[in-house]
Design a protein around this ligand. Structure first.
Ligand code: NFE
Ligand code: MG
Length: 581
């Protein structure tokens, strides 16, 4: 009998994800994998009937990790529906806020959610702090690199272990033979894990400066909710702008001196994770595009271009039209939902439905019923001009490939540098290691861009342009009776879009299709696997009791299941009552 391995829940992710894999005859590699989102919410339903100008504040609560992106996708959807232009400063401030989200999120993912798949904390105890210091100094100029510094970190970890509790490091697969780093590299990475915790607390202040707080900074349809007035104590003034400049420096320093060198150093020990059978996945990639220089109406001005790549062929990029009802559709043939016209139909999000219908086994259960429905995630698909539907991967690897394919100079340089340094061929990008490295490289690209968005903002202010909000069209009386629009962006985990239908000034329908739905969704009516499912296929599993290989590949996508299944239990009973007063 072939073996079934179940990992539930997958930890060090956001939300509730179950992975089941069926091993092949010889129980050596994964023959097929199944990805299941095991919790559901109903935020798309909560939005119906509300004022579209309020939607962002509800939609933003889809997630606390990519803490601003749903707010922004939401206001962009309303602005698209109402053809509502926003001032240049608002565009720049939004770019700065999205950029800060990427840099914060990616660094946190690398150190706090993914690194321990590669870094053995217990082995760090055996490291020589002096040799660790020499290693760190050979990699970068990061000032915290003395033997004393690493000896202190080692002592801290030792105290955890001797006290019999590893605290934040408990329950790891320490000592598994898949860990390949020497003790000194492990100690350096653990030190940077702790360092990144402190760093992230400082850099999110950029959101608080422009959006009042983090998580969940404020937004507004028509611009940004912060006034610029250099003579005011409460508005964006010279002091706050210099704080932003300082944060940008802090971000760039950490990315350049810690994140990029650590990624390359760690990757050097895991080059086999850039070969076939290690997470290559679908080979199909999609980006929506983002970071406009001239507004969302001019996609040619985007830093990240949009498009679809099929079968790893970078020479042909297909266009994506999010308004075309044929191109983007969500399927539910293997999801715990119904559609009015049947389980096999695909619906474009403007016509999207959210009819929950759990038909799975009574929890706790041994195995998903994979022949029927097995996830709360839907299966979004992109349809080509010949009518074939494709599962696609979204996220950092898709973006880096798209930038590379379209000839973006810095991307080409960075990719070439990384491949040369690691001595892996370009095909190595289609892998778990490639996905993780792409996240690091795009963080470098975006952190460098932060300075130019900031410089442009300062330039505008110096010229006397302090406008951040477009007051026209704010009144629903000026809106058409019916309107619809799509607000899209590149969230840290990939292309994100919200579709809104407005009737008589109220939301008639609202659908969010998020990055982790694209990546973590189940099979479609044609039996085509989603990106996680495909990426796990072919993996060898060393020890079924400690399936670290599954974690490495799933974590390389940085799952967020809260985003992917937008509180209710299966019977609709009240689960929690929150009193706010
Ligand atoms: Ni909740 Fe998210 C991002 C969005 S989901 S983390 O990035 O949208 O994939
Ligand atoms: Mg949805």
């Amino acid at each position: 009998m072939t073996q079934r391995i179940v990992v539930d829940p997958i930890t060090r992710i956001e939300g509730h994800l179950r992975i089941e894999v069926q091993m092949d005859e010889a129980n050596q590699t994964i023959a097929s994998a199944y990805s299941s989102g095991t919790m559901v919410r109903g935020i798309e339903l909560i939005l119906r009937g509300r004022d579209p100008r309020d939607a962002w504040a509800f939609a933003q609560r889809i997630c606390g990790v990519c803490t601003l992106v749903h707010g922004l996708a939401s206001i962009r959807s309303v602005e698209d529906a109402l053809k509502y232009p926003i001032p240049a400063n608002a565009q720049l401030i939004r770019n700065l806020m999205i950029g800060a989200q990427y840099i914060h999120d990616h660094v946190m993912h690398f150190y706090h959610l993914h690194a321990l798949d590669w870094v053995d904390v217990v082995s760090a105890l055996k490291a020589d702090p002096k040799a660790t210091s020499e290693l760190a100094q050979s990699l970068s100029n990061y000032p915290k690199s003395s033997p004393g510094y690493f000896a202190d970190v080692q002592k801290k970890v030792k105290n955890f272990v001797e006290a019999g509790q590893l605290g934040i490091f408990s329950e790891g697969y320490w000592g598994h033979p898949a860990y390949k780093l020497p003790p000194e590299a492990n100690l350096m990475a653990v030190a940077h894990y702790l360092e990144a915790l402190v760093w992230q607390r400082d850099v999110v202040k950029l959101h608080a400066i422009f959006g009042g707080k983090n998580p969940h900074p404020n937004f507004v349809v028509g611009g940004v909710p912060c006034a610029i007035d250099l003579d005011s104590d409460s508005a964006i003034n010279a002091k706050k702008l210099s704080q932003v400049q300082e944060i940008i420096h802090q971000m760039r320093d950490f990315v350049e001196q810690v994140y990029v060198p650590d990624t390359l150093a760690i990757a050097g020990f895991y080059k086999d994770w850039a070969t076939l059978g290690h997470g290559e996945g679908l080979g199909n990639f999609m980006t929506y595009g983002d970071f406009p220089a001239k507004g969302m109406d001019d996609p040619s001005s985007f830093l990240i271009p949009s498009g679809v790549i099929l079968n790893c062929d970078l020479s042909t990029i297909y266009d994506v039209d999010l308004n075309a009802s044929e191109q983007i559709q969500e399927f539910i043939s293997h999801s715990w939902y119904d559609y009015t016209e049947g389980k096999d139909k695909g619906l474009h999000p403007y016509e999207g439905e959210t009819i929950m219908h759990y038909t799975g086994p009574e929890p706790p259960y041994k195995q998903l019923d994979i022949e029927q429905s097995y996830s709360w995630l839907k299966s979004p698909r992109w349809k080509d001009s010949k009518g074939k539907i494709h599962a696609v991967e979204v996220g950092p690897l898709a973006r880096v490939l798209m930038l590379y394919a379209k000839g973006h100079e810095q991307t080409k340089e960075l990719v070439t540098m990384a491949l040369n340094k690691l001595e892996i061929p370009v095909e190595g990008l289609y892998s778990t290691l490639g996905r993780t490295a792409a996240r690091t490289l795009e963080t470098k690209i975006i952190s460098d861009q932060m300075q130019s968005w900031f410089d442009n903002l300062i330039g505008n202010i110096k010229r006397g342009d302090t406008r951040t909000f477009n007051e026209k069209m704010w009144e629903p009386a000026t809106w058409p009776k019916q309107a619809k629009g799509v607000g899209y962006m590149e969230a840290p985990r990939g292309g994100l879009a919200h579709w809104i239908v407005i009737e008589d000034g109220k939301i008639a329908n609202y659908q969010a299709v998020v990055p982790s739905t694209w990546n973590a969704g189940p099979r479609d009516p044609q039996g085509q696997a989603g990106a996680y499912e495909m990426a796990l296929k072919g993996h060898a599993i060393h020890n079924a009791e400690q399936p670290i290989e599954i974690l490495r590949t799933i974590h390389s996508f940085d799952p967020c299941i809260a985003c992917a299944v937008h509180l209710t239990d299966t019977t609709g009973d009240e689960i929690i009552k929150v009193k706010v007063c």
